[in-house]
Design a protein. Structure first.
Length: 252
């Protein structure tokens, strides 16, 4: 994720000398970028500020701005279904001409953050003032799953929904553990399955989440058996629900 002025990036996979609180990633200065901030202010990502003012209103504007053609284009681009993207309430954020995905409070369903995705580069940012929280599909509250599937990112979640599997998405491979605890309590779910990317940051992030969630729910970790593959790539290649589950292996 990159700050609005393009000078600071937050990454949960590449380490730096500036770690973020609660193991949520590392801060990086973007090479060649000139900061417009005063030198006595500590750089922060727009995803780390206190509150998205009027988040619900911004999200409603995004929903009104997107067209069926926009949704179909993104579905083809990602290899997921339009229905899955609509379930996530994908929108169009006009100030940057980007797709938008709401992040919601696990307690109240309030929109507390909005992630944007550039249609050309795929670069992800956050609307100024956003808090990091979960991507929660609207269908989750009507399907009453026995086990909550958790993936990394909105595109992997869209892939999961495309083959009929319920779940939620974390913005990255680390963070939002307390949000997951609150959501499982709200839905009265006692089992959580973390679907981690098979690289080192993905597996370490899942292990850190298991350590924090283990006292509240029964938790297991699974990952694509083939190195370098993620959920979206498997589904985009044509896998159905049974084939997707067949490619996932348990991690101890």
């Amino acid at each position: 994720m990159v700050s609005d002025d393009g000078t600071v990036a937050i990454c949960c996979r590449v380490r730096s000398q500036r770690p973020l609180p609660k193991f949520s990633g590392w801060r990086h200065q973007v090479a060649g970028a000139k900061s417009t901030r005063r030198s006595n202010r500590r750089p922060t990502s727009s995803c780390l500020r206190s509150r998205l003012i009027g988040g619900g209103s911004i999200h409603r504007q995004c929903l009104q701005a997107i067209t069926d053609a926009d949704v179909s284009w993104l579905a083809d681009e990602l290899g997921v279904t339009s229905h899955a993207l609509r379930d996530l309430e994908v929108g169009h954020y006009e100030p940057t001409s980007s797709f938008s995905f709401p992040m919601r409070s696990a307690d109240t369903d309030q929109v507390v953050g909005i992630r944007t995705r550039d249609p050309n580069s795929g670069q992800k940012r956050c609307v100024t003032g956003s808090m990091t929280s979960l991507f929660i599909p609207r269908s989750l509250f009507s399907c009453s799953p026995m086990e909550l599937l958790v993936v990394e990112g909105e595109s992997d979640l869209a892939a999961l929904l495309s083959v009929g599997l319920p779940g939620v998405g974390r913005p990255s491979c680390r963070g939002c553990e307390q949000d997951l605890i609150r959501l499982t309590r709200r839905l009265r779910i006692r089992h959580v399955c973390l679907i981690a990317d098979s690289d080192d940051p993905g597996l370490k992030g899942a292990a850190a989440a298991r350590k924090q969630l283990g006292g509240y729910v029964h938790i297991r970790i699974i990952t694509p058996g083939q190195q370098g593959r993620d959920i979206r790539q498997i589904v985009a290649a044509g896998a159905d629900q049974e084939q997707l589950l067949g490619e996932l292996i348990s991690v101890r």
